[in-house]
Design a protein around this ligand. Sequence first.
Ligand code: NI
Ligand code: MN
Length: 226
Amino acid sequence: MASLTYYGHSAFGIDTGSHKVLIDPFISGNPQATLSADQINCDAILLTHGHGDHLGDTVAIARRCGALVVTTYELAGFMDSQDVKNHPMHIGGFHRFDFGAVKLTPAFHGGAVEGADIACAPCGFLFFFNNTCLFHPGDTSLTVEFELIGRMNRIDIALLPIGDNFTMGPEDAFEAVRMLKPKKVVPMHYNTWELIAQDPQSFKSRVESETDAKVQVVEPGATVEI
Ligand code: NI
Ligand code: MN
């Protein structure tokens, strides 16, 4: 049985039953986090871009757990400089790991590591494990690429930003659902700060009345079966 834990913002933990995988583990300084970074263990970390609210505790957790960081080539170079085990990939690339398979998707956003002179293209992840396809698009605008991603993959769970200002807001995330055609949507990247405050229940009502997708609003700290 696989499970999904939401740490708030865009940070998730996926327990596939045999491996623990984190995505964008921003825990320290995350107002929504309900535990500390040193309480989280994992085998691998999928990292979408270098912004602090995604890179977060990646280096500390990866060093402590000996976890493999899977990310873009440029950000993997940064992981090298931090003595963190990594696997470089890039947008469009697919690779099988022991914890599941990963494909990097385009994201329209920035990607610099704050305080380091490294610019990185941001990405999203299609993560395939057991018989499940999970999509974490990272920070992005609405993009027509979602149409292609939805056509080529039967997405079980799409984690979609709805916070607006830095990413898609609820209206654009609704269009994303129409293109991606996922079975289930979990909203993310909202209510972390006042600037990205949103009502996930009104997003849920609209998506569920106008599409076939179900929206599962997961509270920070909660773990749900997937
Ligand atoms: Ni960002
Ligand atoms: Mn962000």
